[in-house]
Design a protein around this ligand. Structure first.
Ligand SMILES: *Cc1c(COP(=O)(O)O)cnc(C)c1O
Length: 457
């Protein structure tokens, strides 16, 4: 019988509920804190987010229904295929079976529309007309631009300056979907003006852009603007679990009973959580699965940063979140994996690491590009630089399986394609990229401010 390469589900088989890991987590979860160091109430978030999303943010209900209108938009590209990477396996010569969830086929080219559509929908249902947001490499901005255009809403995106200059095509995508995109820091907000006065040549950071986008939302006198965040928060992790839920159905379909390794790259944690949380649920119930979050060595949040309370943004407009953090003033080096340069990490993902449910790995950029090129030349899809971190880790695991002579099953998330990121590949081929580990002195400098905050449990 011919071997199956692509395992597909039809629309009727798509999961109709999201999985909320908050229902199953071991140990006490550290709540977000307000400026007074006390846990915040939902009303404190109300100027920033609509109440229906705030309810999801704090929910501990295990399963949450996906609204019909959200499903209808997701059907445009979901369910996404799970693909057996036969050619990659062969190139490595591994006995491992490697599967990847292909999230690159969404209209914006990554997993991000999974939550963008849900967030735009809940905002609209709450009477909101306009969303503001930040974007690093431009993937989140384009995902939200896509979602708001389908739902008939306005969208304004603050894009980290270095990416704004390096990635003109993402801007053009946002424009095509009808969104406004400005370079951050900008002169349009107080937060932006303050940073520009101090550091006129700053490459910008996600933390700065978040401050600008929140300020723009909460200062709109009409009250019809809210802010939308593409990662980190609990409701974003929730919306992404459709990835892992589909994957489990697909593996079931081909009778693949035991998964040994689950891998995703981690910036704010959402695509990693999306694939892994449904598997971590099995792990909490006794399954033996190695779950790996992969990050760049230049922005080593999970592998080297302390677990602490910290703000999500430079202007300290967000509540204090308990997470692994390099400190909210962290300005990452301009490596090409723009989406993996955030200073913090999803509190839920941070919690799973603290409780030993996952482990983390930091990989240098050249190994990631090597891996991405091998993947491109075997499987055909050119991975996003972020996704290349997952690919590099998969290759490490596949080589280990080869050394041990073990038939492991490895599943990973191909979070996006790299067709808008080819400048990075070009630089790689020209030999212009190098490895960069965050110096310990920098790490200590940036994390010093964390001592001022309350200790998490
Ligand atoms: C944004 C992005 C990431 C990083 O964000 P997470 O929230 O950690 O998933 C990873 N891969 C791609 C393709 C992205 O666009």
């Amino acid at each position: 019988m011919r071997k199956m390469t692509k395992i597909t589900l039809d629309e009727r088989e798509m999961p109709k509920q999201w999985y909320n890991i908050a229902a199953d987590l071991p140990g006490p979860v550290n709540p977000p804190l307000g400026p007074d160091g006390k846990p915040i109430g939902p009303e404190m978030l109300a100027p920033v987010f609509p109440m229906n999303l705030i309810e999801q943010e704090v929910s501990t209900q295990r399963w949450i229904d996906i609204p019909e209108k959200v499903l209808e938009i997701l059907y445009l590209w979901r369910p996404t295929p799970l693909v057996r990477a036969y050619r990659l396996e062969e190139a490595i010569g591994t006995p491992a079976r490697i599967y990847y969830k292909n999230e690159s086929i969404s209209p914006a080219g990554s997993h991000k529309p999974n939550t963008a559509v849900a967030q735009a929908y809940y905002n609209k249902a709450f009477g909101i007309k306009r969303l503001t947001t930040e974007t690093g490499a431009g993937q989140w901005g384009s995902a939200l631009a896509f979602a708001t255009s389908l739902l008939g809403m306005e969208c304004r995106v603050y894009m980290v300056r270095v990416s704004f200059d390096q990635k003109p095509y993402r801007k053009m995508m946002m424009r095509t979907w009808g969104a406004d995109c400005v370079a951050s820091p900008s002169n349009e907000t107080q937060a932006g003006r303050d940073i520009l006065a101090e550091q006129p040549d700053t490459p910008g950071s996600l933390g700065i852009a978040i401050s600008e986008a929140i300020e723009a939302a909460v200062t709109d006198p009409s009250g019809e603007t809210r802010y939308s965040l593409g990662s980190v928060l609990n409701h974003v992790m929730l919306h992404q679990t459709i990835i892992g839920l589909e994957t489990k159905k697909q593996l079931e379909k081909i009778n693949e009973k035991k998964v040994d390794v689950v891998i995703g790259c981690a910036g704010g944690g959402s695509n990693f959580a999306g694939l892994s949380f449904p598997f971590i649920s099995d792990k909490i119930n006794g399954a033996d699965i190695d779950v790996i979050a992969v990050e760049p060595a230049s922005c080593p949040t999970l592998t080297r940063a302390p677990y602490s309370y910290d703000h999500g943004d430079v202007a300290r407009m967000t509540p204090l979140l308990a997470m692994y953090s390099l400190g909210h003033t962290f300005v990452p080096p301009p490596i090409h994996a723009g989406g993996l340069r955030y200073h913090g990490m999803s509190p839920l993902v941070s919690h799973t690491l603290r409780h030993g449910l996952i482990r983390a790995e930091a990989i240098h950029q050249l190994e990631c590009y090597d891996a991405a090129v091998l993947f491109s030349r075997t499987e055909g899809i050119i991975p996003a630089p972020e996704s290349s971190h997952a690919v590099a880790s998969v290759i490490r695991e596949a080589n280990r399986a080869k050394e041990e002579g073990k038939e492991k099953v490895i599943v990973f998330n191909l979070s996006g394609h790299g067709l808008m990121d080819l400048v990075g590949y070009d630089k790689f081929f020209k030999g212009e990229l190098s490895d960069y580990a965050l110096p310990q002195t920098d790490l200590e400098k940036y994390t010093e401010i964390l001592r001022a905050y309350p200790d998490p449990l």
